[in-house]
Structure formats: structure tokens, C-alpha cells
Write a protein that binds this ligand. Structure first.
Ligand code: ZN
Length: 251
């Protein structure tokens, strides 16, 4: 008999898995709303059609499944053999027929879910290496995937917005992004203030005297910080022209 329940018993892991599954279901819903012809349309990502986004999300699930196999077996299997191979795979995937592209998304998501489901508690702490070369416990793959499915559902450009993304995910995304800026020192002179929170949320160059202040709700700030648009934020200060300056790169 196949066990259909998660092997993981840690409530924290279960909660994270739930968020990843919700995000996957959300992406599937937005994809299903698109006709085959609409797959040829533009995504929010420069140079990428919706086809590229779907192919990328599908191959990303396969790549993350390889990390889970690595965690389960101890046999090193990288996400991608090289950055070129990753890009080549996406370009190829974007040329698939609509039905093949939809299958790629569905099957890869099911496969990853089975790998996650069958991973026992201790193996979630086994270390694996991401495509960027970071060494992380296998449990980090849940967040890696969660981030991908929610963000790229918006990138499909057919009605999903940052308001659809749960606040806990937006908060963690913002921590990732502002953390990356800090590590690279690219947030000099930028002060990010999130409004409408029960606790004050401020990021960036918090000590600067004449910083450019970017303010907005959590969804609007994350939209701006991920480079998806500045329509919902207000900017004031030296770097603010008519609109907010572009956010520093984060990946
Ligand atoms: Zn991605």
C-alpha cells in the first residue's frame, strides 16, 4: 500500500508544505484560466512569454525534486547541471505544444509532492546545494518552491496580483530581498516602510539621514521590491523623481 500521508510529523514542516501546495494550486488555477493561444502572450518577465514561465515552473519542480532525492538517498544530484543547461531547458520547454506544456507543469508538481510526502523527518535536515551554490537543509526547498509558484502566478499576467499572496509569504519574501540587498550593500540611501502593519516594518538603509523613503502596503512594497511595478508605492527623497526609483536587484 502506498502511504498517502506526509512522512513529516513536524507541525512547522506541515504548515510550510501547506503553503507550497496552496501556491501550486493557485498557479494551476491561473494557468487553467489561460487558453492555449493565450500561452503565447507576454508575461511580466522581460523577454519571457507565458510559455517560458510555465516551462520554468515545471522544470523548477523537477530540479527541486532532485534535491529531495539527494536528501533521501545521500547521492548528490544537483538542481541543474549548469546555468546554461537550465536556460536551455526553459527555451526548449517554451516550444512545447500547449498540452505538453500543461502536462509538464502538472506532472512535475505531482512528482515533487510525492518526493516531499515520502521524506521522513530526519532527512529534512540533510544538506543539499541550491542552484546558486548555497548549502541548505532540505526543508529550505519548501520555501524555494513556495516563492516560485506564488511569484510566477503573478508573472503569468492574467489577473493574479500581490494581494492574492498570503501575508506570511510576502513578509518572508521581503526579508529575503532586503537581506540580499544588505549582503550586497545595494540598499544605500533606500528606506522601505511598510504601512498597515500591527508592528512597524522598516527595511534598508534605516540609519541614513537623507534616504529616499519608499512607502506602501505590504503587497505594494513586495511588488516594487521584486521589480514587478511601482504603481502602489509612494516615494519621497533624493532618488524619487515622479515615481519610485527601481528597486535594487535581489537574484
Ligand atoms: Zn523562478
Amino acid at each position: 500500500m502506498v502511504d498517502r500521508h506526509d512522512q513529516a510529523t513536524d507541525p512547522r514542516l506541515q504548515e510550510q508544505l501547506l503553503q507550497a501546495r496552496r501556491g501550486t494550486a493557485f498557479f494551476a488555477r491561473k494557468l487553467n484560466e489561460l487558453s492555449d493561444a493565450e500561452l503565447d502572450g507576454g508575461s511580466l518577465l522581460p523577454g519571457w512569454t507565458r510559455r517560458h514561465v510555465v516551462a520554468h515552473v515545471g522544470y523548477n519542480a523537477r530540479a527541486i525534486a532532485r534535491l529531495i532525492e539527494w536528501a533521501a538517498t545521500g547521492i548528490e544530484t544537483p538542481m541543474y547541471s549548469s546555468p546554461e543547461a537550465r536556460n536551455h531547458e526553459i527555451e526548449f520547454g517554451a516550444t512545447l505544444s500547449p498540452i505538453a506544456l500543461r502536462h509538464l507543469f502538472d506532472h512535475s508538481a505531482v512528482h515533487l509532492n510525492v518526493e516531499w510526502r515520502d521524506l521522513p523527518d530526519p532527512a529534512w535536515q540533510h544538506e543539499v546545494r541550491t542552484a546558486q551554490g548555497r548549502i541548505v537543509p532540505a526543508e529550505e526547498t519548501i520555501w524555494m518552491r513556495t516563492r516560485e509558484v506564488w511569484l510566477h502566478a503573478v508573472d503569468l499576467n492574467n489577473g493574479a496580483s500581490f494581494n492574492d499572496i498570503p501575508a506570511t509569504i510576502l513578509e518572508r519574501l521581503l526579508q529575503d530581498i532586503t537581506g540580499a540587498w544588505k549582503t550586497r550593500g545595494t540598499d544605500t540611501g533606500i528606506f522601505v516602510e511598510v504601512s498597515g502593519q500591527s508592528q512597524a516594518m522598516a527595511f534598508g538603509d534605516v540609519g541614513a539621514v537623507d534616504a529616499t523613503v519608499i512607502a506602501g502596503t505590504l503587497p505594494a512594497i513586495v511588488e516594487w521590491a521584486t521589480g514587478r511595478g511601482a504603481g502602489g508605492v509612494a516615494a519621497e527623497g533624493p532618488a524619487a523623481d515622479d515615481a519610485a526609483p527601481a528597486a535594487p536587484k535581489w537574484i
